[in-house]
Design a protein around this ligand. Structure first.
Ligand code: ADP
Ligand code: MG
Length: 570
């Protein structure tokens, strides 16, 4: 044994703060950089997700260019260029040079990014693995183009600008961002690769035009719809999702003068009467100086709401019926766009798609859409998972989507397979929400909230039913075709026998039989069809209210749900 025994005092010398960049420098796997193949995918994904977020927010049809080039063994140059609004000069260094800096974390609106560690994480990975800085070129369309080369000063989580330059050319109206990373990686084209990600992006963002220069040549993904999905609105949090910690901070930060106005102004769907009910039920009172009685204290200053009152408020919220959060903060693709996406990239023989009505988990609205594509150019069974239009390629086993797919009894729909339908089937599931409950920072899997699983399952069952009825129609048509061929084959033999019996010429008899079969074919088909059921037995969906989620007991009728489904058949 060496060294002396440590004391609290000597150990105190080693206590110090850790910068977020240092943290992720050691834990880059948490951001999706755990191997070289995945690292390339993560870099491209962070760049493309931002490009799509920015173009959509600026209401521009996205034109995205991606290049992955091997410049030395396992060392790649990755370029991502968009036609978005660009980034103002002042923001460029911090966006790319400091982790946890972004515009999306503090708002509630459906977008791909949310944490603010996406693209700066890629800058960090590039500098860790190759020591190279990242190049950013940006213009807002005013003829000025800003060029930056930067790194992250990991100790302080601040940008370190290596070079910066501005060029002016007023004939150049380009706006957007172009980023060039030099990083370690490995380019492969398999199920969890950059190529698969871009292909799935093209399905879930059919309004984007994407050009991808791979190390093996150019691949283009043409735009399939000329319209962006509806712009999602920003909303305030809903009280059903509130916990004591967040309530405490919000009470401290609010500009509201009274508890009642705090509740009505900082949260969505809280009216004056609901706010008063909550305060009453929480037992927050003060003495009426004239009567000497305790009365509800609606006007108490938010700063004076003490710990026990905050706990009582959170309990009281559960007892009050509030309307569900508004859902215009969501922007699903719509069943028709999902159809277009699936058809243009997969060329299936059949596709059924469906968008479910919005639901709520922990006070956050979400919406599920599903598509099942079958046959045609599809060869293998594939599950495609998406969160806010971003393909999820890893951690499938942990994801609520995979769980829901596994819970569907596919055999009931005439599809072999246990957890996933077998055969040439692509199952597409899109989860859209103002806050996606990812299981980790690398944003790969959706947490298993029962209400989320239930919604996905209901949508899958509906599409599976449509596929089943298509397939049974196909099987029937095939059986009928075979029967007709048999009739035709026997027409010759029957005519030969009749010739022998009657002495009449064989050819005209054969022609008569074929003509007769043609004429009576409708009736024959009906007779063949007789016993076959139209659609297979339905798998009974779980009762609507078997899973209680916050926000469900608000008295709002969910009856109309079935009628609200936006769907698209074949
Ligand atoms: N291509 C781009 N065009 C415009 N703005 C961008 C672009 N890329 C990033 N940004 C801005 O930089 C911020 C930080 O990006 P990022 O680190 O990926 O975090 P997040 O996407 O989670 O917010 C974004 O919130 C956005 O405001
Ligand atoms: Mg991002």
């Amino acid at each position: 044994m060496t060294g002396e025994r440590r004391t609290a005092e000597s150990m105190a010398d080693q206590h110090r703060e850790i910068s977020i960049s240092e943290f992720f420098e050691k834990n880059r796997h948490l951001l999706g950089y755990d191997n070289k193949i995945k690292a390339l995918l993560t870099i491209v994904r962070e760049g493309v997700d931002n490009a799509l977020d920015a173009t959509e927010e600026a209401r521009i049809l996205p034109d995205i260019y991606i290049k992955v080039e091997e410049i030395k063994k396992e060392k790649y140059k990755v370029v991502i260029k968009d036609n978005g609004p660009g980034i103002v000069k002042k923001q460029i260094p911090r966006i790319f040079g400091s982790l946890l800096y972004g515009s999306k974390f503090h708002r509630l609106k459906q977008s791909r990014g949310q944490q603010g560690i996406g693209v700066s994480g890629a800058v960090l990975y590039a500098q860790l693995t190759t020591g190279e800085s990242t190049k950013i070129i940006s213009s807002t369309g005013n003829g000025k183009t800003h060029k930056y080369e930067l790194k992250i000063d990991v100790k302080v989580n601040q940008p370190k600008v290596v070079r910066e330059k501005v060029t002016e050319d007023h004939d150049n109206k380009w706006h957007g961002v172009q980023i060039t990373f030099i990083a370690e990686g490995l380019y492969r084209e398999h199920k969890q690769s950059v190529m698969q990600y871009i292909k799935e992006v093209a399905i879930s963002n059919p309004y984007a035009n994407i050009v991808f220069d791979t190390p093996n040549g150019r691949v283009e993904f043409a735009r399939g719809v000329e319209k962006l999905p509806a712009e999602p609105r920003e909303i305030k949090p809903h009280l059903y999702g509130i916990e004591v910690g967040i309530l405490t901070r919000m009470l401290h930060e609010t500009k509201a003068r009274t508890l009642q106005t705090f509740l009505t102004s900082e949260f969505t769907r809280v009216g004056r009467l609901s706010a008063m009910d909550i305060i009453k039920n929480a037992g927050i009172t003060r003495e009426n100086l004239q009567t000497g009685k305790e009365e509800p204290d609606f006007n108490i200053s938010p700063k004076k709401v003490k710990h026990n009152m905050r706990v009582a408020l959170v309990d009281a919220i559960k007892e009050v019926k509030l309307t569900r959060p508004p859902t215009d903060c969501l922007s699903p693709l719509g069943a028709d766009a999902v159809q277009v996406g699936l058809k243009k990239e997969l060329n299936p023989e059949f596709a059924a798609t469906l968008t479910r009505p919005p639901e709520v988990y922990r006070g956050w609205p979400f919406e599920v859409e599903v598509g099942i594509a079958y046959g045609g150019s599809i060869t293998d069974p594939t599950l495609m998972r998406f969160a806010n239009r971003v393909p999820l390629l890893y951690q499938s086993g942990d994801c609520a989507i995979t769980k829901a797919v596994g819970q569907v009894d596919w055999k009931r729909y005439g599809l072999a397979g246990d957890k996933m339908p077998d055969g040439p089937v692509v199952v597409f599931v899109h989860f859209a929400s103002v806050w996606v409950p990812f299981t980790s920072e690398s944003k790969e899997a959706i947490a298993n909230y029962p209400v989320i699983i239930k919604e996905i399952k209901l949508a899958l069952q509906d599409c599976a039913r449509k596929l089943a009825s298509y397939l049974s129609g196909m099987r029937r048509a095939q059986a009928i075709k075979e029967k007709k061929e048999i009739f035709e084959r026997y027409a010759g033999e029957t005519a030969a026998a009749l010739e022998e019996l009657t002495g009449e010429k064989r050819k005209p008899i054969e022609e008569m039989i074929i003509k007769l079969v043609e004429e009576k074919w409708g009736e024959i088909v009906k007779a063949i069809n007789g016993g076959e059921p139209e659609t297979p037995e339905e798998e009974s969906p779980p009762p609507e209210h078997d899973i209680k989620e916050e926000g469900e007991e608000n008295g709002e009728s969910r009856e109309g749900d079935a009628g609200e489904h936006k769907e698209a058949g074949e």
